[in-house]
Design a protein around this ligand. Structure first.
Ligand SMILES: C[S@@+](CC[C@H](N)C(=O)[O-])C[C@H]1O[C@@H](n2cnc3c(N)ncnc32)[C@H](O)[C@@H]1O
Length: 284
């Protein structure tokens, strides 16, 4: 499979998820997006690009941070994400927000266009994240910065439930395999940023507790985001059994009064262009 086929497959998953993405009554993308924007230190009047904007978990807090004197451009490759988020922005009367189709791998803007480039939970989905980060660095104005979020530790019950679901994949379906994750920990993220010509100025981790009424609500949420990539390959006749197995794996997440609670951690990394990358022709 080529990297562009892989990318198309990823976008296809989000295209199908767009109507329910971040709309299942679960606290997850919202608090993570708000934290990324808080850490990015966006000032009123700033020009901001949000790549892979989805349904706006990062974009709307960014629009609040810039205020109407600034401008926020959101891009996504899933047409339904773009259309629905643009409708939400219009309904909210945000005239300083612009949402359009665009590839987070190769953002198509002139160099020096933005004060801040944001990428919320998207860089690890790209075929070549290091090149993408290098492109974001080129888009920055002087004193600009890139701020990304990536996943940290997942709740062990969530990992066990994903494994339980994966056991129901057809034999010929490739299992999610451990890869060399360029965002696995603070050191790896720092090295990936450095390779892209960026110097990390801050890394922080943030935990969010997500609550679910029951396992059916959890499955509804799973279909609404990237986990759909796994679920859609489970044969329809095996979905009930897969859900039962996932429910068993989620037992440690059960709350005494009913429902489930899972803890997810994200890592927020803020970086600025490295001096050598910022002035490639500077002989000093
Ligand atoms: C996990 S969601 C994150 C959305 C949003 N940033 C948030 O924090 O909720 C990933 C988003 O990236 C988009 N995406 C994936 N690959 C992309 C690419 N190559 N270019 C642009 N968007 C992409 C998906 O369509 C999806 O909307």
């Amino acid at each position: 499979m080529t990297s562009s086929e892989r990318s198309n497959g990823t976008v296809d998953v989000f295209e199908q998820a767009a109507t329910s993405y971040d709309r299942t009554g679960v606290s997850f993308f919202g608090p993570f997006g708000a934290e990324l924007v808080r850490r990015a230190g966006i000032r009123p009047g700033a020009r901001v690009l949000d790549v892979g904007c989805g349904r706006g978990a990062v974009l709307f807090p960014a629009a609040e941070a810039t205020g109407p004197t600034g401008r926020v451009t959101g891009t996504d490759l899933a047409p339904a994400m773009v259309a629905l988020t643009a409708e939400d922005a219009t309904r909210a009367g945000l005239t300083h927000v612009d949402i359009r189709m665009g590839d987070a791998q190769q953002p198509d803007f002139p160099a020096g266009s933005f004060d801040v480039v944001l990428a919320g939970l998207v860089v690890f989905l790209l075929p070549e994240p290091e090149q993408a980060l290098r492109a974001y660095a080129r888009l920055l104005r002087p004193a600009g910065r890139v701020a990304i979020s990536t996943f940290g530790a997942m709740d062990p019950a969530f990992v066990a439930a994903m494994d339980a679901l994966a056991r129901h994949l057809p034999a010929d379906q490739p299992r999610p395999a451990p890869t060399d994750d360029p965002f696995a920990d603070d050191q790896t993220v720092t090295a990936t940023m450095a390779a892209a010509g960026l110097t990390v100025t801050a890394i922080s981790q943030h935990r969010v507790e997500s609550r679910f009424r029951d396992v059916d609500h959890w499955m509804e949420w799973m279909w609404s985001h990237g986990a759909r990539a796994l679920l859609r390959h489970i044969p329809a006749e095996l979905l009930d059994a897969a859900t039962t197995d996932a429910a068993r794996a989620l037992a440690p997440a059960r709350l005494p009064g009913g429902g489930l609670a899972l803890i997810t951690t994200i890592r927020v990394t803020v970086a600025v262009p490295s001096p050598a990358a910022a002035c490639p022709n500077d002989p000093s």
